[in-house]
Write a protein that binds this ligand. Structure first.
Ligand SMILES: Cc1cc2nc3c(=O)[nH]c(=O)nc-3n(C[C@H](O)[C@H](O)[C@H](O)COP(=O)(O)OP(=O)(O)OC[C@H]3O[C@@H](n4cnc5c(N)ncnc54)[C@H](O)[C@@H]3O)c2cc1C
Length: 377
């Protein structure tokens, strides 16, 4: 079969990760063709919390670098991307969680992030809607929020001379060539797989697992909270292990709507709302913000995070398929880390130096940690 060359790089997937990669590659002078078949995308389902997590040094480095890149982009983003640097408050209910707040504060400060521990009394002053009796919180000032679907659209449209979009379903990938559902083959110097949870359909050797999540959004209300609020139990217990879990996670959008999360269920591919899970998630949220029960929830939905075994994305060339590049496995952080992923991917693809911030942890992002190199007989 003859494959038509359509661009320097074909990107499969126009969610936030594919969009950020396409934009970065275009900024470096490449012509990019983005193929997307409009399936339900995590980018449209997520909370858009730009948050630096620190389960590992690699996660901390990628998160810090990426959020910094978002802040640099903020001045250029249109209003409908609703980006705000409102900061995160990590809430401690008990002594172990306060100890976790202290540990986190040290880890983030050592990395140069602006953060401070605040007492229960100070917390009650800055967030009076929270229930009384919380022990304190860690405030991380540089975190933010973003309306990711609009940010992805903007990234895909801002360099029209270099980034072309085409609605098409890719049904097979072979190195630097792709086959579309209509049978047509397309090729480029490189193909980038950035199609989130669907990546395994095209590349079954990827070690990705779906993690289902529920979210709910309310009507518009006057200011109820001023930071994004997350319980430290999110780290210390609720989201550990493989069982279903919920954790309090709340942000108020610039529209005034409250965005309530979060839940996690492994190996559940059913997009239907699980009423019991949603109920558990909302009860948890009301434990922290009692007045939430008086607000009007207008919509709830589910989405799927694409999780790798160690929680870090796979960014780099497929070790067994020259010409096929990967930007997958971003789990619950792909909006945050899309910008850093794009820089890391572009540096590898163009054989330039990776960002200095990520250099010490490079091995932690490469696909090689899960997919061995092809052994020739
Ligand atoms: C409930 C929930 C809450 C979350 N909250 C946050 C958060 O607060 N902060 C954060 O940073 N992250 C969050 N995330 C994670 C984040 O949303 C994802 O990591 C991120 O959106 C992944 O983006 P993506 O571009 O890789 O994939 P997606 O957004 O899923 O995009 C994939 C695209 O590929 C296209 N596609 C798929 N298959 C094909 C094919 N065969 N041919 C052509 N096109 C194809 C689809 O149409 C889709 O547009 C959350 C996720 C969920 C589910």
């Amino acid at each position: 079969m003859i494959a038509g060359r359509v661009a320097d790089v074909i990107v499969i997937g126009g969610g936030i990760v594919g969009a950020a990669c396409a934009d970065e590659l275009a900024s470096q002078g490449l012509n990019v063709c983005v193929l997307d078949c409009q399936r339900p995308a995590a980018t449209a389902a997520g909370m858009g919390h730009l948050v630096v997590l620190d389960h590992s040094p690699a996660e901390l480095a990628l998160g810090e670098y990426s959020v910094r890149l978002w802040r640099e982009l903020a001045a250029h983003l249109p209003d409908d991307c609703a980006m705000r640097t409102n900061g995160t408050l990590w809430l401690a209910c008990n002594e172990p969680e306060m100890a976790e707040a202290e540990r986190k504060q040290q880890a983030l400060s050592a990395f140069g992030l602006g953060c401070e521990l605040i007492s229960g009394a100070a917390l009650a002053e800055v967030e009076p809607s929270l229930r009384p009796g919380l022990l304190g919180a860690l405030k991380v000032s540089g975190d933010g929020i973003l309306y990711a679907p609009n940010a992805a659209r903007w990234l895909l449209q801002r360099q029209p001379g270099r980034v072309r979009q085409r609605q098409a379903e890719v049904v097979a990938v072979e190195g630097n060539r792709v086959r579309l559902a209509d049978g047509q083959w397309l090729q480029a110097d490189a193909v980038l797989l950035a199609n989130g949870i669907y990546a395994k359909d095209l590349c079954p050797d990827l070690p990705l697992q779906a993690k289902k999540g529920h979210l709910l959004i309310t009507d518009r209300y006057p200011a109820q909270i001023s930071h994004t609020l997350v319980e430290l139990g999110y780290i210390t217990n609720a989201h550990k292990g493989d069982g279903p879990s919920v954790a309090f996670n709340l942000q108020q959008r610039p529209t005034g709507q409250l965005f309530v999360g979060s839940s996690r269920q492994f190996d559940n591919h059913d997009p239907a709302i699980d009423a019991a899970m949603l109920g558990r998630m909302l009860r948890r949220a009301m434990d922290f913000l009692p007045d939430l029960g008086h607000l009007n929830g207008i919509r709830s939905w589910t989405g799927f995070r694409s999780a790798s075994p160690d929680g870090q994305p796979l960014v780099g060339e497929h070790p067994q398929q020259p010409g096929l590049w990967l930007a997958v496995g971003h789990e619950g952080l792909g909006v945050t880390t899309a910008t850093g992923t794009a820089k890391l991917l572009a540096a590898q693809l163009l054989r330039t130096s990776p960002p200095a911030e990520l250099q010490p942890h490079l091995h932690a992002y490469l696909p090689q940690r899960f997919i061995g190199a092809h052994v020739h007989a």
